[in-house]
Write a protein that binds this ligand. Structure first.
Ligand code: 13P
Length: 353
């Protein structure tokens, strides 16, 4: 089996998902600031080290998406964090996009940058030990957005990125995120997610990307956060699966959802309902959450060395619940009776821009 197919399969092996810990220094600084944690290369390193070394994390987590800063950092004891990942049976991945910029000519639209010099960067990341990569495109929703121009520009960039990754034997995670911001309905979310996925898979085919050696990281189909009519867990699962069945070829080995600003327990319940639902599911359906895995751990840690163990327990708890959800065997009783620390909206979205 070609190595990228093997790696893609390993990333979505039974009951496992991916930890997204690739916030840029700017984004992590905002998250830290909300909890009065100073943000320095060392505190960011300490936090990432805490996450990666949570005991037996690899029982639930197959790989960790890192940020460029982390890829080059050493633990407090002087071991490269990438080497720590390998040692702990966690595949290291790397975010390679350069964030979003306004799309020229299309007010309100964003395009993701980062193709310049990408071939050389990927070769270096491969040398440093990365086995997979992530590129995120974002799509805002309104009655008029996203435009066809925005869908085409981002789909093209995602496909060029994916092809370059595969050239370097790195598994690309293709992440088209339809945002939850706004008051759009679940029906509108489904329509936009379908249009975007169609554009993305057309571009992937045009660029000759091997679907067997990639993973898709989409949003779940949920209503906008400000929509007056929120959807039930079953409705979200039904709309998400319908949309994926219509637009994602079965050759793709796995779909690893982002959490996108959903409450952490809700993100788990949605994943569980998706895996429990009847009907064809030709891909592994699992998680690649950032906030929904990390929020409780970050708040528990709060920058205090004496809270590292407790913070690791918080991460392991969410990882375990999501692992059960990836198998469709999660139940509300799996949540601990003790309340996690109150997460006073740690900070807005995953926006690096
Ligand atoms: P969230 O799960 O917080 O949306 O982050 C996932 C991610 O990798 C965003 O690019």
């Amino acid at each position: 089996m070609r190595s990228i197919e093997h790696t893609a399969g390993a990333l979505v092996s039974r009951g496992k998902g991916i930890l997204a810990a690739d916030e840029t220094p700017g984004t992590l600084t905002k998250r830290f600031a909300a909890l009065q944690i100073p943000s320095t290369p060392e505190t960011r390193r300490d936090y990432r080290e805490l996450l990666l070394t949570a005991p037996a994390l690899a029982e639930y987590i197959s790989g960790v998406i890192l940020q460029e800063e982390t890829l080059r950092q050493e633990t407090a004891a002087g071991t490269l964090l990438v080497a720590v990942c390998r040692e702990l049976d966690l595949l290291p991945g790397i975010k390679v996009d350069a964030g979003t910029r306004p799309l020229s000519g299309w007010p309100g639209e964003q395009v993701t940058d980062g193709l310049d010099g990408l071939r050389e960067r990927l070769a270096e990341y491969r040398e440093l030990g990365a086995s997979f990569a992530k590129w995120r495109a974002v799509f805002r929703v309104s009655d008029a957005l996203p435009t066809a121009a925005c869908a085409a520009a981002n789909a093209h960039a995602l496909a060029r990125y994916a092809r370059l990754c595969q050239e370097q034997e790195i598994v690309p995670i293709v992440e088209p995120e339809v945002l939850m911001d706004g008051d759009h309905t679940i029906e509108r979310s489904e329509e936009v997610t379908g249009t975007v996925l169609q554009a993305v898979f057309a571009a992937l085919a045009e660029q000759g990307v091997a679907l067997e050696g990639m993973l898709l990281k989409p949003n779940m189909v949920v209503p906008g956060a400000a929509c007056p009519r929120q959807a039930s867990v079953e409705e979200v699962a039904g709309a998400t699966l319908r949309c994926l069945r219509r637009h994602v070829p079965p050759a793709v080995p796995g779909i690893v959802f982002l959490s996108g600003g959903q409450n952490d327990v809700i993100a788990t319940r949605h994943l569980d309902a998706i895996n429990r639902a009847e009907g064809p599911k030709p891909w592994a359906l699992t998680f690649s959450y950032g906030r929904a895995l990390q929020d409780s751990a970050l708040a528990t840690w709060g920058g205090r060395p004496e809270h590292v163990t407790e913070a690791q327990q918080a991460l392991l708890h969410r990882a375990r619940c999501n692992s059960l959800a990836a198998l469709g065997t999660y139940s509300p009783e799996d949540e601990e009776p003790v309340a996690c620390p109150v997460l006073a909206d740690i900070t807005g979205g995953w926006h690096d821009e």
